[in-house]
Write a protein that binds this ligand. Structure first.
Ligand code: MSP
Length: 508
């Protein structure tokens, strides 16, 4: 691990949309990463927020008969509530309409202009307002936007704009990609971006002369919404002040969906270099959540699951667990209420919930709910390094492998009960063996509560309380995950089942 504290960001979400489970996915991933990094290193920083400028917002506000500012102020709280609904905590939430962001964008623009990378030119091209993107003529499909989810008519724009000399950074980008294959994951997206770079780069138009909803530029016009949006990651670290948070946390890691990789791994590093700053440490482009039919879930396709309704039906923790257990982070996968229910009942209810319930019930019955003395144990040997292993998986974005590692411990504890049969040990008065088993179970459960905390903060805390532990399971892993730490004599407090079984609704 480098000594720089961890900094992770989500994309900033287009404010005119409605949050769906795909947005919650990145938000939760960032939270799991930050919580894990914090548990290991003692600190971490995380950022999310909203992307509020651009023509799309200006048009939506006009249609709603509102000023753009009133329109975005109206929508912002809904997005701000997305993280908290899933128990995701962020160090900061940025809105691109905040004054601090205007200051950062203009400073960056001036820095790039001063070194000759930003110049005035005439832009002509086909523009899709929905995607806020210029498309080359050859890419249009029947004269319309080539994005299969959009396919709206494009407009011909011709205006005097500011340009960023992106083409000048192609060789440096190729060299960076080549020297640092870990800069962008997964490999499929890395390869796609490499092909884009090899195909050549054109300079980028970074202002809009005729739009007034955006960051105003000297001499008129506003910044192109993507140029403005990318800068959010350093605005939130206090840029243009390059000391303070910038010095401490930059460069950070960006989590994004794969369709916005070009902005984050080609345009953004070049902008940063132009302003004399370091490129992002890493970019991870995750897969898409698909609807049952196999298409990408999206608001425009009308097939998106409403995240707040899923929390009501399953609880935040079960949804968090599902999203990161179901598929590797780089792959597409589908989600449905039936799949969620079956993982809830099997992995969470049967495997984990019952393990806690059975273990604590036996401790209550045989030992007055008091944890016995620790003894040497095979489990302690086997799981002594589990904290380091789970941490390593999660920081490398292998969330699923991290959960599988934790579930190996869940399975091992269930197996100990089945094989060592505590009820027989009790009947046969083999007290030392029964003590050893009960200690192992409680200690293993304490480990599990600590390890699942980044994934399922509320359920981990409930487990923690039932195990009679003080405070929360948000404890430093390197010292807390030593087998034998649980104090003999701790009084446990068996409570409600962690994941009560959910029945399928009767067929209509
Ligand atoms: N505003 C830009 C990002 C600017 S970042 C400087 C944007 N916003 S968005 O709201 O359209 O999308 C935000 C993120 O949500 C993207 O990373 C996108 O991949 C992700 N998702 C949208 N639908 C998704 C799924 N169905 N599944 C997984 N992620 C999805 O783009």
């Amino acid at each position: 691990m480098s000594s720089r504290p961890f900094y992770v960001t989500t994309p900033i979400y287009y404010i005119s949309g409605t949050p769906h489970i795909g947005h919650a996915y990145t938000t939760i991933a960032a939270d799991i990463l930050a919580r894990t990094a914090r548990a290991w290193d003692g600190e971490a920083r995380s950022l999310t927020g909203t992307d509020e400028h651009g023509q799309k917002v200006a048009q939506a506000a006009a249609t709603a008969g509102m000023s753009a500012q009133a329109y975005v102020d109206d929508l912002a709280p809904k997005w701000r509530g997305l993280g908290p609904a899933f128990d995701a905590q962020f160090s900061d939430f940025i809105r691109t309409t905040e004054p601090r962001h205007r200051v950062a964008c203009l400073a960056m623009f001036e820095k790039m202009r001063a070194n000759g990378d930003v110049y005035l030119g005439t832009y002509e091209g086909w523009y899709c307002t929905n995607d806020e993107t210029f498309w080359p003529e050859a890419k249009l499909v029947d004269g319309r936007c080539p994005n299969p989810e959009c396919r709206r008519p494009v407009e011909w724009l011709s205006e005097q704009n500011w340009f960023f000399r992106l083409s000048a950074y192609r060789d440096r980008l190729i060299a960076h990609f080549t020297a640092h294959p870990e800069f962008l994951r997964p490999a499929s997206v890395y390869n796609e971006m490499m092909r884009t770079l090899e195909g050549g780069l054109e300079d980028l138009s970074i202002s809009r002369a005729t739009l007034d909803w955006g960051i105003p530029l000297p001499g008129g016009g506003v910044l192109y919404v993507w140029f403005d949006a990318l800068i959010n990651y350093i605005t939130a670290l206090g840029y243009p002040d390059e000391g303070g948070l910038m010095a401490r946390y930059w460069p950070g890691m960006h989590l994004i969906g794969k369709e916005i990789a070009r902005f984050h791994t080609i345009i953004w590093p070049a902008m940063l270099w132009s302003a004399g700053l370091a490129e992002p440490a890493r970019v991870f482009a995750h897969g898409w959540i698909l609807a049952d039919g196999g298409e990408k879930m999206s608001k425009s396709l009308g097939n998106a699951l409403e995240p707040f309704a899923l929390v009501d039906a399953f609880g935040a923790d079960a949804v968090r667990y599902f999203l990161f257990r179901e598929a590797p982070f780089g792959s597409d996968f589908s989600i449905s209420v039936d799949k969620l229910r079956s993982r809830h009942n099997a992995d969470l209810g049967n495997d984990l919930g019952n393990l806690l319930r059975r273990s604590l019930a036996m401790l209550a019955r045989y030992r007055n709910a008091l944890v016995p003395q620790p003894v040497e144990s095979d489990l302690g040997e086997r799981f002594g390094e589990i904290g380091a292993q789970v941490h390593e998986h999660v920081i490398a974005l292998r969330f699923r492998e991290g959960l599988e590692e934790i579930w190996n411990l869940v399975t091992a504890l269930n197996r100990e009960i089945d094989e060592r049969k505590p009820w027989e040990l009790h009947k046969q008065q083999r007290d030392a063996e029964l003590d050893a088993l009960l200690y192992d179970l409680c200690e293993g459960l304490r480990f599990i509560a600590i390890l699942i905390h980044p994934f399922m903060p509320a359920k981990a805390t409930e487990m923690w309380q039932q195990l009679g532990q003080p405070g929360t399971p948000e404890v430093p892993w390197q010292s807390a995950l030593r087998w034998g730490t649980l104090a003999a004599g701790t009084q446990v407090a068996p409570g409600e089942p962690l994941f009560p079984r959910l029945e399928a609704p009767p067929a209509a």
